[in-house]
Design a protein. Sequence first.
Length: 240
Amino acid sequence: MRIAILGYGRMGKQVESVASRLGHEICVKFDIDQPFSVQSDVKGAEVLIDFTLADAVIGHLKTAAQLGIPVVEGTTGWNDRINELASINGLTVIYSPNFSVGVYQFTRIVEFAARMMGKVGEYDCYLHEWHHTGKADSPSGTANKLARVLLDGLPSKEKILTETSHGRIDPTALHVTSTRVGRVPGTHEIGFDSEYDAVQIKHQLHSREGLAYGAVKAAEWIVNQKGVLSMDDFMNSISK
């Protein structure tokens, strides 16, 4: 498969390494010095893998749709604009804040845990995530998704609090906090706490290779698909 990479930073380089190991060809790389546009020579690319900046995502997707190239969209921080995708004619895209298969399964575990713990009123809940100092968004896209899953499953929580609290926290708020330090590729921890005991569940990414591997496998899948798709669609297809 011929792959175009959009964004040749840490994740772009990791995608290149994984794709090559899996037998694919990186035919072109777009970045700040070689911007992606409708005039770009895509050199026969069958799919585009995008890890860039949130502000650029919609423009990139419009361009890809005009060129007829499906997109694996791994950029985070733009989910408030997902409703715009339906108006982009000819777009084929799979998007996720995190293409790690382990994170996807962890999210399903969190969904189950929220339903189970939500049936017991004694437990409060928190979410904390750690990432490297170069992470552009805070909380991460994965943390935001996990927070929404918790909110849906916990009757006691009605809103998400992501800012530092300088006073007593509203008991109906789910506190979502972040640490940015060193080179940490990504860790997410969910905790349920009561007067009697505590339960924690955690996902810890060892390296960005897991994210890149998931993105390349999603690219292999989406070349035969049409429309606006999510990680749920991809995972459901491979788990049948």
